[in-house]
Design a protein around this ligand. Structure first.
Ligand code: LLP
Length: 385
């Protein structure tokens, strides 16, 4: 056992695989609940897109969180895991008819609608069924987030949401539709956000919009501020759970809620990132012309974040204890971008060593693919060993 890992047991399982530390997951959920229970009108939905492993979904559902879904498949996964439909929110710029029908048939908490065209389709499909759809409008708040360009979503140039200038027209449309019940507003500015100032800027923008809505006598039941709280990829051990206290208190302090309004959050990464590691075995150590490679059996097909976003994940040699040497840690896939880290200092590496690629619980297993006809990685939890 090195740190949190049952290494002897790992040696009997086919690599690569994801290992999820459920003790840490439960501790993280406990932190979230503590913050939410202090504030009666805060509601947290877990962003299923971060990790839809059924065992993980079950634990999150048991903790009382709702689900934030972005596809029919995610709605099905959430329902299978026992999330009540009354706690499911559903966003996405391109909802197809069967997905909207699935949401209507299950009477989900609300559709976060991203265009007037979509609003019209939902109204039409709801009318065919003789039901009324609960709708929040996703507004693009044009608030930047200090994060990677690929994962910022709340700028005017991004495809998400309804432009602020069109918001009042969209609300008028929604209010005029017979099979639409207008419930509120939805926002999401990006992901892996560590600067609370970005969330404060979102609060200020929402306050401005709410003041204008009030002038127009538009009633809003829910405000949904999306997700985005980041984690420390540099220190998966030192800061075991993200700073939920600062996060929730930023909203409590800066967002002015009206009486009876509830405030919804859609947290993904901050719930599951730190509990997960990609466990992989060293196949070969190779001395190149200028550097030394540790070639592992996991590839970018198992964890695409480094290749896609140049994301940093801490790598540890769980079985080595020799002197530290620099290695490029690479996978077996036929792409030069199949690299987990360059010049990573690791205890001297040998064939058969086991590495943990840390902070991989969010956007890891779920983004895996079968490129090179590789099998998808398995996901195991603490209780499986
Ligand atoms: N709500 C909406 C509308 C979203 O688009 C997202 C994430 C979330 C909530 C959850 O955000 P979180 O709390 O996890 O930051 N694959 C990328 C991240 C993409 C995030 C997409 N939207 C990555 O690996 O970094």
């Amino acid at each position: 056992m090195k740190g949190i890992f049952p290494i002897e047991k790992f040696q009997k399982v086919r690599t690569p695989f994801y290992y999820y530390d459920t003790t840490l997951l439960r501790a993280t959920l406990h932190e979230i609940r503590k913050e939410v229970e202090r504030r009666e009108n805060f509601v947290v939905h877990y962003a299923v897109k971060a990790n839809a492993n059924p065992k993980i979904l079950n634990i999150i559902r048991e903790a009382g969180l709702g689900a934030d879904c972005v596809s029919g498949g995610e709605i099905e996964a959430a329902l299978r895991a026992g999330f009540p439909a009354s706690k499911i929110v559903y966003a996405g710029v391109g909802k197809s008819d069967w997905e909207i029908n699935l949401g209507l048939d299950n009477d989900i908490f609300c559709f976060n609608v991203e265009s007037i065209a979509e609003l019209e389709v939902i109204n039409e499909l709801a009318s065919k069924k003789g039901v009324v759809a609960n709708v929040c409008l996703r507004i693009n708040p044009n608030v930047g987030a200090h994060t990677h360009a690929n994962i910022t979503t709340g700028l005017a140039e991004n495809k998400f949401g309804i432009a602020m200038n069109d918001m009042f027209d969209a609300i008028d449309e929604a209010l005029s539709m017979k099979n639409i019940r207008f419930k509120g507003l939805h926002f999401h500015i990006g992901s892996q956000i560590l600067d609370m100032g970005d969330f404060k800027a979102l609060c200020n923008r929402i306050n401005e919009l709410q003041a204008e809505l009030e002038r127009r006598h538009v009633r809003v039941d829910n405000i949904n501020v999306g997700g985005g709280l980041g984690v420390s990829y540099d220190h998966p051990n030192h800061i075991p759970v993200p700073d939920f206290q600062s996060y929730f208190s930023t909203f409590a302090r800066h967002l002015t809620l009206r009486p009876g309004q509830s405030l919804h959050f859609e947290l993904g990464r901050s719930v599951v990132a730190q509990m997960g590691s990609l466990i992989t075995k060293v196949l070969y150590v190779k001395q190149g012309a200028t550097k030394q490679f540790a070639i592992v059996d996991a590839g970018m097909s198992d964890l695409i974040r480094p290749a896609l976003y140049q994301a940093y994940h801490k790598i540890e040699n769980l079985t080595g204890d020799g002197p530290l040497c620099p290695y490029d840690v690479v996978g077996p896939i036929c792409e030069s971008s199949d690299v987990f880290g360059k010049s990573v200092d690791l205890n001297e590496v040998h064939r058969g060593d086991i590495f943990a690629i840390r902070s991989a619980g969010a956007y890891g297993e779920i983004m895996a693919c079968q490129y090179n006809c590789r099998p998808l990685p398995q996901g195991y939890i603490t209780e499986d060993f």
